[in-house]
Design a binder for this molecule. Sequence first.
Ligand SMILES: [Zn+2]
Length: 290
Amino acid sequence: MTPAMRAILAALAVVTAGLASASAADAAPLVTVVEGTLPIVLSAPHGGRAAIPGVPVRTGTGARNFVTDRDTATDVLTEKTAAALEKALGGRPYLVIARFDRKYIDANRAPADAYESPAAQPVYDAYHGALSNACRAVRARWGRGLLIDVHGQSKETNTIFRGTMNGRTVGPLLERFGDRALSGPDSLHGRLAALGYTVSPPAGASRGREVHYTGGEVIRAHGAAAPHGLDAIMVEFGRTFRATRVLDRTAGDFATAIAAFARAFLPAADAREGPGPRGPLTGSPEQPPP
Ligand SMILES: [Zn+2]
């Protein structure tokens, strides 16, 4: 059994242990993991609401950059985006979604700053183990892919921020395609801007400088700089775009942007790319390589 599998089983055991006394929220799995059929991984570490049996609410003693605010509705936004993406591309992204509340574990921090209780570790490890597995699966099947870490912010409620640690988590993507993969018409930001959203940094010829939200542990640990990682982009949705009445539209537009990116920049065939020219992403990834 791999360490990641052990971590997931440990997290499930924690859930089971809580069942005796438990509410429905306790019984829900603490990390949702869905295997995909596209070279795309969606992560949502901050939208969960569930308590973790045996883990107290964090006080943040000794932790750097301590935040416990939930990124409201980012879990639902990620699920809705996956459903819209399936309609657009005919395949499913890999999903890793936290159901536990950020006040127990912050999955977008390094372990030393993510939790204090030893009982939290298996759940934290389950989240990151699932991300590692998804990234490895994408690399094994397609050679490369895109990890998108979905967040919410309330600093500028009508803005969508992009974080790539100013390019560090997308080195191979920039090398291959240049700034247009981050800010051009077929980039996530470029397409969202064309749909009327205010994005930061602004879309355009240059990828610009990322401010306020440059990325956290998810894209650091599983981005292109990691041995198993993928090109990784964090997206921070302003509060306005996460209101219940607009959530379907936000998810649909986000999926449109991801699909544009996939067609322009992601491998199509279910195989490692050769040196030759590459066609657009079409059809099912199940089809054999040409
Ligand atoms: Zn967040």
